[in-house]
Design a protein around this ligand. Structure first.
Ligand code: UN1
Length: 490
């Protein structure tokens, strides 16, 4: 059994006081994986102070040297991939193959971002004045707080920590207390890679005890958050009032449109993997399939026959297609939405309950509702579980209207072979990311990630844009005239 620990000023510490927590395997509740206590305000203060003190040394280290440490962390992670993926599955519940994919992605992020340290330059800009040199440089914000969810407990921390560090910030990292062990494993890897004490601090605590403090402390100069739209909006509002930067990556209600000319087999496969991969606990999950009426029966049949054969169970078992939900709370929420869908009059065509023959865990079947009206709750609200709503549309224009009638705008997809409609869709869909003839999920280290509307605010994560959030641009004017000018400024 592992101990839930915090990491402050280069020291690992188990809390002696504070609320007790227990990490149980969501696939088998009889298995306790970790135990410990949550950090409180005193630890938050210590973590912020440590990060603040480490800032001068870290920010003055040449960026490529910071990058070397991040690169080394990536190499360690890669070498220990199987072990980390196993821990991730035990703690979060996703399939072993999904965990491996996630750890590999975290490695890619570390490796890519390390390389970015050699590109952390500014630009030179011609001045209107003779014998004047103007340039920009990128400087760290200072101490930043990184608040991350449980559903990607290693990839999301990696894609926030790496650019924060490469840019020269020091970090207070608050992962979800549902997945504190995977988070600690990542921090330990950074420690072994040679990160100086205080540069990265880990706080496993509640939003009320620790999160609020991070939002209000004047030493915190930026917050990057991934989680619900509700919490993100609150963080963004608080940061706005304090005049500091915030980046919030929030919910989604991602649509896939399938038009009648599409490759229907490809579309069905893409919808299933987008909707039920990671047990649907993904902000990019496909949650609405908007099908052109003429092919809707055919697609619905392909979808339900696929998932009704699935085995739901422990993610470490090779013959399992979908793991459990992460927690009882998630299970309850998903079950409430299934009830809501039935009550509103949607027709249940697959799943809808708990699977039989599983261990004591947070299991629910992959669930599909057909004939969902756009105004139903299951078509509008983020469920964050394996529930797909099929909405039928008479043609492309109506499908596009339905797709855009959402408060969210993270990602989307269209299945068609009509080139004109593909370009039209990419232009008119209100989402931050668009996929064509492929699922709504996924992303790559070198490609920006993020959404619009209630899905995201602040600069894009990952890719070359990741460093924009973690840096401020300083402008420098060097006048080498050596003489007093009569009118320097107009
Ligand atoms: C993905 O689609 O692979 O919380 C990543 C989430 C997103 C990450 C999704 N921030 O689900």
């Amino acid at each position: 059994m592992l101990e839930v620990r915090n990491y402050i000023r280069g020291e690992w510490m188990a809390m002696r006081e504070g609320r007790e927590i227990e990490v149980r395997n969501p696939a088998n509740l009889d298995e306790v994986i970790g135990k410990g206590r949550l950090a409180s305000a005193i630890h938050a203060e210590a973590a912020i102070a440590a990060a603040h003190e480490a800032l001068a040394g870290w920010s003055r280290m040449p960026a490529p040297k910071r990058g070397e440490i991040v690169e080394r962390a990536g190499d360690i992670l890669k070498a220990e991939m199987d072990d980390v993926a196993r821990l991730l599955t035990l703690e979060e519940g996703k399939l072993w193959s999904e965990s491996k994919g996630e750890v590999y992605r975290a490695y890619n992020v570390l490796n890519y971002t390390a390389g970015q340290s050699r590109r952390l330059g500014g630009v030179t800009i011609p001045s209107e004045l003779p014998r004047n040199f103007a340039y920009t440089m990128r400087q760290p914000l200072g101490v930043v707080a990184l608040i991350t969810p449980w559903n990607f407990p290693i990839a999301i921390p990696a894609w926030k920590i790496a650019p924060a560090l490469v840019a020269g910030n020091t970090v207070v990292f608050k992962p979800s207390s549902t997945t504190p062990l995977t988070a600690a494993r990542l921090v330990e890897i950074f420690e072994r890679a040679g990160l100086p004490p205080g540069v990265l601090n880990l706080l496993v605590g509640s939003s009320a005890d620790v999160g609020d403090l991070l939002m209000h402390d004047r030493r915190i100069r930026g917050i990057s958050f991934t989680g619900s739209s509700e919490n993100g909006t609150q963080i963004y509002t608080t940061c706005a009032a304090r005049g500091i930067k915030a980046q919030c990556e929030m919910g989604g209600k991602n649509p896939v449109i399938v038009l009648e000319d599409a490759d229907l087999e490809l579309a069905a496969e893409g919808i299933v993997s987008g909707a039920f991969g990671s047990t649907g606990q993904r902000c990019t999950a496909t949650s609405r399939a908007i099908l052109q009426e003429s092919i809707a029966d055919d697609i619905v049949e392909r979808l339900s026959s696929r998932v009704s054969k699935w085995k739901v169970g422990n993610g470490l078992d090779a013959d399992v297609q979908m793991g459990p939900l992460v927690s009882e709370q998630q299970l309850k929420t998903v079950e409430q939405y299934i009830e809501a869908g039935k009550k509103e009059g949607a027709s249940l065509v697959a799943g809808g309950g708990r699977p039989s023959g599983t261990a004591r865990g947070f299991y629910v079947q992959p669930t599909i509702f057909d004939h969902v009206r756009p105004e139903f709750r299951v078509a509008r609200e983020e469920i964050f579980g394996p529930v797909l709503s099929v909405v039928r549309a008479k043609d492309y224009e109506q499908a596009l209207d339905f797709a855009n009638a959402s408060e969210y705008g993270l990602t989307s997809s269209i299945y068609t072979n009509d080139g004109g409609k593909i370009f039209d869709f990419c232009e008119r869909i209100d989402t931050g990311m668009v996929h064509v003839n492929s699922p709504t999920v996924g992303g790559e280290a070198q490609i920006p990630f993020g959404g619009v509307k209630s899905s995201g605010v602040g600069e894009r994560e990952q890719g070359p844009t990741a460093l924009d959030f973690y840096t401020d641009v300083k402008v420098v004017y060097i006048d080498y005239t050596g003489a007093v000018r009569t009118s320097k400024f107009y």
